[in-house]
Write a protein that binds this ligand. Structure first.
Ligand code: ARG
Length: 295
């Protein structure tokens, strides 16, 4: 594939961080060895798509230029808030889940599809290949219609569309729309979707692409790595760990508890993805399950 300027820039940046090619080669070998449906599940929030679409697309196209195919799951929180309010539907959350009246479903479907296509097209402009999969993957049951409306809890992950995209050399780009066994669309929380997909695929890496680019300590400094086995309890007991960060760490623990010890979670910004993946030092926060040292 001919490198576009954005991908070329990523390569130049990566080269500037390396002493020799050994680290990069080592990680590239490691990531290429696993079946590509098991390389990485990448979660992207709606805010990153809104504010940094080109950077995001370049980062994903870069992975493809070195032969890696990530599976991407995206949200659309801020975009949906705006679209729903325009449609006169209030955005209400209970336990972090978007309450979804029937009338919200077409708005959510149309907007998530639009966001999905905008990412797919940006990846193509950046020289990558991507398949739009806005729905058809997450089979779901209604969580509690009386409380949440049309919010689904994934019960089964259908991989046909994902596998077909991968076979064609395209990165599958998934939105969090689910359907019930009898074909009704439901809204699925992005964390739920990622959890179901990760459970099914058992990926080597889970990557969260965010604007902050990692977990921050009390001084606002990036935490480079977290070993859950030795640090989870201490983090949870620290009063500087905010509510939002607590939820994030618990979610990551939940994901890693379901995976082999070799798997890890990286939180980083799109611009730093290459450095995070292909250098030892990384650029972001690496979370591993780690091993409890027997006392
Ligand atoms: N490149 C390695 C990986 O992706 C190590 C990353 C280290 N990152 C960090 N933030 N400490 O698994």
């Amino acid at each position: 594939m001919a490198e576009t300027p954005a991908v070329r820039q990523t390569i130049v940046q990566l080269l500037s961080h390396m002493r020799d090619g050994k680290e990069i080669r080592e990680y590239l070998n490691r990531f290429s060895k696993v079946d590509q449906s098991r390389f990485a599940v990448v979660k992207v929030g709606g805010a990153v798509i809104r504010d940094d679409l080109e950077g995001l697309a370049a980062a994903l196209a870069f992975l493809q230029s070195v032969g890696l195919l990530p599976i991407v799951v995206h949200g659309g929180g801020p975009q949906l808030d705006a679209a729903l309010s325009e449609a006169g539907i209030p955005s209400e959350k209970i336990n972090g889940l978007r309450v979804t009246p029937d009338a919200a479903i077409p708005v959510i479907r149309d907007n998530l599809t639009k966001i999905n296509l905008s990412l797919v097209e940006a990846i193509r402009r950046a020289g990558g290949q991507a398949a739009a999969i806005p729905q058809g993957v997450f089979e779901a049951e209604m969580l509690d219609a009386a409380v949440y409306g049309r919010v689904g809890e994934p019960t089964h992950v259908r991989l046909d569309l994902v596998d077909s995209a991968l076979k064609g050399g395209e990165a599958p780009i998934l939105a969090c729309l689910g359907d019930t066994v009898d074909g009704h669309l439901v809204n699925i929380n992005a964390d739920f979707a990622v959890r179901a997909l990760v459970h099914r695929l058992q990926p080597y890496k889970i990557i969260f692409l965010t604007e902050t680019g990692g977990l921050l300590d009390q001084a606002g400094q990036l935490i480079s790595s977290v070993n859950l086995a030795t640090e989870f309890d201490r983090l949870m007991a620290s009063d500087w760990v905010s509510g939002g960060m607590r939820v994030k760490i618990e979610e990551i623990k939940r994901l890693l508890d379901d995976l082999p010890l070799t798997s890890s979670v990286s939180i980083t910004r799109p611009e730093e993805l290459a450095k995070e993946l292909f250098t030892h030092a990384g650029a972001g926060t690496l979370v591993r399950k780690g091993e409890q040292v027997i006392p």
